[in-house]
Design a protein around this ligand. Structure first.
Ligand code: UGA
Length: 486
């Protein structure tokens, strides 16, 4: 690789960095570090993945990532390799971003251990190893000793730090380029050089860098996700109270979220959280806590309530079809666990489709992402996955929205009326403008929004801020300035 001059915008640049594991976390890290001006080598054991990347195609959908990877490879800042031992020899910093899921809702540390064994003996003295993957706290407590053991003899010491990512799928590049904070957890750093180098490297992010112990960094990472999961679950419980006592959830969470101590985001009621991070980590933390001799009933409840939301949604569909799911046709709108991704890992859509099929319904699903459609077909062979939204809607007895893709939320509901058999909409994300749907002649149900028939008088909320938030289903905080008195 050519030795590039430091990027003038970032004088701390031009480090030799190797990133091991070009999955979601690793590829984003490698591409963004190259963009900051470093000489990055991305390593992956999967040759098919490397070939695809060299041809310019990303293994998953993430806005902006494919073109960033292409331009960094073209600029000579990002190189791809399959042999980790060789690729780490001259590295100043080695990021490790290998998978830690066991595929059964648990953690596995075998891949991480194998990777450390393969690379640590080959590092030059003073190199810094940075673990980017999410790991359980019991493993993190030992990892400093494991690495020290791998450096016996005259090899000289290396530093080991954790640098957990706070990347949201669909916003990964922005989250890396402008993070709200950077967390560094020190596992072993005999002369402080590791910490110093990483702090200098992250100056480009212009964000607070918080240095702590490795276990603390691990808990800060898990804690962030646990808090978000708890917040969503709280909104779901409030939605249940609204339904029980006849209120609308939107102004309720709107009011709660405007308190700066709370903040408006992640208060969206619906079918609950999915994805590869939140559900797994909520479930796993309870098990890990038990092995550490502590009880975490809050997280156990979050896990239970989140799963209950998926069942509630199926019950809501049944209720709107007068209790009859058998032989009814449901158009399931959205398969990815959230918009702007093709990821269906622990997506609520799959559990919901399975329950509907088990209850005897015919389910026709659609997602704008072809990769999400293909993965769903594989996961659920009895699911009919339509190639177009029209095909999924045709002849439906109920339209069930599970992922709030803008193209699904903004369907022309009057035109959709001509496709469906019965005008029934169940909004699993509280994402639709219910006034529009009701005016188009549908019966409508969601979480904490009551049950409405087309003829029922829909009273528009009087406050502009809440009305707009309901329509856009967005953070009320963004609209704060439109409130009188601001
Ligand atoms: C999450 C965290 O947000 C990231 O900060 C973290 O880095 C990442 O996990 C990780 O550990 O790697 P992600 O899994 O991409 O990111 O998804 P989120 O945007 O957090 O959404 C999770 C789920 O919550 C989605 O199914 C979403 O639909 C749901 N959600 C979100 C709600 O049900 N209600 C809301 O108000 C917000």
């Amino acid at each position: 690789m050519t030795n590039l001059p430091p990027n003038p915008a970032n004088p701390g640049s031009n480090l030799a960095i190797t990133v091991i594991g070009l999955g979601y976390v690793g590829l984003v890290t490698a591409a963004c570090l190259a963009e900051w001006g470093h000489r990055v080598t991305g390593v992956d054991a999967d040759d098919t993945r490397l070939t695809a990347l060299r041809r310019g195609s990303s293994p998953f959908h993430e806005p902006g990532l494919e073109s960033l990877v292409q331009s960094m490879i073209r600029a000579g800042r990002l190189r791809l390799a399959s042999q980790a031992a060789e690729a780490v020899r001259d590295a100043d910093i080695v990021f490790v971003a290998v998978g830690t899921h066991d595929g059964n809702g648990g953690w596995q540390t075998k891949t991480m251990l194998g990777c450390l064994k393969a690379v640590v003996p080959h590092l030059r003295e003073g190199a810094v190893v940075v673990i980017r993957s999410t790991l359980p706290p019991d493993f993190v407590a030992q990892v400093g000793d494991i690495v020290a053991e791998l450096r016996r003899g005259d090899d000289g010491q290396v530093s080991l730090l954790l640098n957990p990512e706070f990347t949201q799928e669909g916003k990964a590049l922005d989250d890396f380029r402008s993070p709200s904070r950077v967390v560094l957890g020190v596992a072993s750093d005999h002369d402080g050089r590791g910490q110093e180098l990483l702090v200098a490297m992250y100056r480009a992010a212009k964000a607070p860098v918080i240095v702590m112990s490795a276990v603390e960094a691990c808990l800060a990472k898990l804690g962030s996700n646990l808090f978000l999961a708890t917040k969503i679950t709280f909104a779901n419980e409030m939605a249940a109270l609204c339904d029980a006592f006849g209120g609308m959830i939107d102004p309720v969470v709107g009011a709660i979220g405007l308190d700066p101590r709370v903040a408006p985001s992640f208060l969206g009621a619906g079918v609950g959280f999915g994805g590869s991070c939140l559900p797994n980590q909520v479930a796993m933390i309870s098990r890990i806590a038990e092995s550490g001799g502590v009880a975490t009933p809050l997280f156990a409840a979050v896990d239970e309530i989140n799963h209950r939301q998926r069942n509630r949604f199926v019950d809501l569909i049944a209720e709107m079809l007068d209790g009859r799911l058998r032989d009814s046709r449901i158009a399931l709108m959205g398969l990815a666990f959230k918009p702007d991704t093709d990821d269906i890992r622990d997506a609520p859509s799959i559990a919901i489709a399975r329950s509907l099929i088990d209850a005897g319904a015919d389910v026709a699903a659609f997602d704008p992402m072809p990769a999400a459609r293909a993965a769903a077909s594989q996961a659920l062979p009895f699911l009919f996955v339509a190639d177009s939204v029209e095909e999924a809607l045709r002849g439906a007895d109920a339209v069930a929205l599970v992922t709030e893709w803008p193209e699904l939320v903004n369907l022309d509901w009057t035109r959709v009326r001509a496709l469906v058999r019965r005008p029934v909409v169940i909004d699993g994300r509280n994402a639709l403008d219910q006034g529009t749907v009701l005016r188009a002649g549908y019966r409508y149900a969601a979480f904490g929004r009551g049950r409405h028939t087309p003829v029922a008088a829909f009273i528009e909320p009087s406050s502009e801020v809440v009305r707009t938030a309901i329509t856009a289903n967005t953070d009320v905080g963004d609209l704060e300035t439109s409130l009188p008195g601001h």
